[in-house]
Design a protein. Structure first.
Length: 98
């Protein structure tokens, strides 16, 4: 089982102070479970909008979507990406046989 994160990377409509990527989810699971979690995030992420009037989801690949959400007075665009952990220095090392 792999470790995954779902990232929301601002592309359009956000202020300069709000340009950092956000981690929307972090979990262990299969690739299929991770892709399902990514689609769930695309269907539910609202950024800072109280009410989403319209949601457009564009599939870039099985591991990334472009999300455009429209509110009453603003429209935001985000690249939602799925990332798999491939290295972690905090992982326990194997015990030596000596």
């Amino acid at each position: 089982m792999s470790r995954w994160i779902v990232l929301a990377i601002p592309v359009d409509g956000v202020s300069e102070m709000d340009r950092n990527a956000r981690t929307l989810a972090e979990f262990d699971g299969s690739a299929e479970e991770a892709e399902s979690a990514l689609l769930e995030a695309a269907n539910t992420y609202t950024h800072k909008l109280w009410k989403v009037n319209r949601r457009e989801i564009f599939k870039c690949s099985s591991r990334s979507y472009f999300l455009r959400i429209h509110g009453r007075m603003a429209t935001y665009g985000f690249l939602l990406q799925l990332a798999e952990l491939v290295h972690d220095t905090a992982e326990p090392t194997s015990k030596s046989l000596a």
